[in-house]
Design a protein around this ligand. Structure first.
Ligand code: NDP
Length: 499
């Protein structure tokens, strides 16, 4: 891992302007914004915000690249080569991407290196494989006025896709949107998060070298309420692929309703982790700890509701508290740090308010709960016990390192508590009973269920949720479906088809 001073030097190599129509544009953006390091609270970079002219320029150019340009004429085989080449270029720069991600977000370097970057490369390689396999079906159909018919379907790119990403894992979540859309032949216009735009800008700097023609991929940094809103309102956008809060997701859905444009909405979660009495408790405590403390708890699938069988409640709580005490909060660039800073001051305030509400509602604070007296947006790993599922800390997404432990007495009660949520993104089950695991997995209201391991990531698996957690699926074949329109073609034939 590089030292902090070297990491800060790296930022200077990253472009800080909108990228579209195959080039960088600093001329039109009158507005700029600062990117702040969550650990030092110092300015890392000043980035040019894309304004109305940039948004229009990017979307219009993407449209013509698809309709009349080189990108629209690029076949699946070539798209696959380009995606593989892009994966190679990212992989060669893993250290640079991982370092920038740590600086930008405040997360420990080992997480970027072990999770975000390998997952990003994997997603580009996986979808490179799909690019020349976007196939249709042949469907036997009835005769038309006594004449035989021949019917088949084709999958065509949805068109221009606006991809909007959150700050918690912008590189990996960006890849989850960009890779399937490019594999399907769509043009992508990415609006990265204002708090963490650096790796998206670095990605744009590789796109030409990977062989993509101008207009296939653009990056428009800027504020959500301005650049983001202009993008989702632009009539040239055919689909919006959004990851973020339910509040912004609602705005996206409203904007998309004009013209009934397609959406994929990956929103928040309040995911249960159920620990049964027969679980391997040491293993479960380690996994539950990762589930709530990884990435400072700033994870949509964070297992923030920890449901524990009463028979093992005291023993498990003790083990989990040990996990929290073992977390080493600190500068991501210091040796041994296992948890970094939250993204910004506003978010520290928000998480602190949730901690205060837990205390007000009568939950017992087991560990953490404070902002350490040091520079940076830090919050201690925090656990509440003796909570109920009706408390605010059990109902609302905190998006920080705060776990709420609730006891249950029966399997039925565990399932009822797990499903009693406005969200339905993920669930984790810890049990040695294989039959119970699969039966309960089927009963979980969640887009993804993990058994004896917290939320394994893999671009082959569909990802997404329902209820307040959103709509649609990214990744896997679902990622291709979400970026294509299925067209049925029927030909009325002059001669019978051979049997
Ligand atoms: P926000 O909803 O605030 O922002 C998400 C993105 O939308 C950012 O790029 C933001 O830009 C942009 N945005 C904000 N307002 C608008 C607007 N009016 N029009 C268009 N775009 C807009 O979420 P956060 O960035 O705060 O991310 C945290 C949230 O994301 C959490 O609730 C979390 O659960 C969810 N999330 C869900 C995941 C999933 O897969 N389901 C994964 C990761 C996070 P800007 O940054 O400039 O404000």
């Amino acid at each position: 891992m590089v030292a902090r001073s070297e990491a800060e030097q790296l930022v200077r190599t990253v472009p800080t302007e909108p990228y579209y129509a195959g080039g960088w544009d600093s001329s039109r953006g009158a507005d700029t914004f600062d990117v702040i390091d969550p650990v030092t609270e110092r300015r890392l970079a000043t980035v040019v915000a894309a304004g109305a002219a940039d948004v229009d320029g990017a979307v219009s150019f993407a449209r013509s690249a698809l309709d009349d340009g080189a990108w629209g004429r690029t076949d699946g085989t070539a798209r696959g080569y380009m995606l593989n080449r892009l994966a190679d270029l990212i992989e060669e720069r893993t250290e640079v991407f991982a370092t920038l991600e740590s600086l930008d977000i405040g997360k420990p370097g080992f997480e970027s290196r072990a999770i975000d970057l390998p997952q990003t490369v994997h997603a580009f390689r996986y979808f490179a494989g799909w690019a020349d396999k976007v196939e249709g079906r042949s469907i036997p159909t009835s005769a038309y006025m006594g004449r035989p018919t021949h019917s088949y379907t084709v999958r065509e790119p949805v068109g221009v896709v606006a991809a909007i990403t959150p700050w918690n894992s912008p590189t990996m979540i960006g890849a989850w949107k960009i890779a399937p859309a490019l594999a399907a032949g769509c043009a992508v216009v990415l609006k990265p998060p204002e708090d963490a735009p650096l790796t998206s800008l670095l990605l744009a700097s590789l796109i030409e070298e990977a062989g993509f023609p101008a207009g296939a991929f653009s990056v428009l940094p800027g504020r959500g309420a301005v650049t983001g809103q202009l993008l989702i309102d632009h009539p040239g956008v055919d689909k919006i692929s959004f990851t973020g809060s339910p509040e912004t997701g609602y705005k996206v859905a409203l904007a998309a309703a004009k013209g009934f444009r397609r959406t994929t909405l990956e929103l928040g979660g309040k995911s249960p982790q159920i620990v049964y009495a027969d679980a391997d408790l040491d293993e479960a405590a380690r996994g539950v700890g990762i589930g709530i403390f990884a990435n400072q708890g700033e994870v949509c699938a964070a297992g923030s509701r920890i449901l524990v069988a009463r028979a093992v409640y005291d023993e498990f709580v003790e083990l989990l508290v040990d996990q929290a005490r073992n977390v080493k909060l600190g500068d991501p660039f210091d040796e041994g740090t296992t948890m970094g800073a939250l993204i910004n001051e506003r978010h520290v305030d928000r998480v602190s308010r949730y901690i205060a509400s837990g205390l007000d509602d009568g939950a017992r604070l087991l560990v953490g709960g404070h902002r350490p007296e040091r520079k940076g947006y830090f919050i201690e790993p925090t656990l509440f016990a003796e909570a109920s599922n009706s408390m605010t800390i059990a109902r609302q997404e905190i998006f920080g390192p705060v776990g709420t432990i609730i006891a249950f007495d029966s399997d039925e009660e565990a399932v009822a508590l797990a499903n009693d949520s406005d969200y339905a993104l993920a669930a984790t089950l810890w049990t040695c009973d294989v039959s119970r695991a699969h039966v309960v997995a089927r009963r979980m209201k969640a887009g993804a269920v993990a058994i004896n391991g917290w939320s394994p990531l893999d671009p082959r698996l569909p990802w997404g949720g329902f209820k307040l957690s959103g709509q649609g699926r990214e990744l896997g074949w679902s990622g291709i479906e979400a970026n294509t329109e299925e067209k049925a073609v029927t030909a009325v034939l002059s001669y019978p088809l051979p049997r």
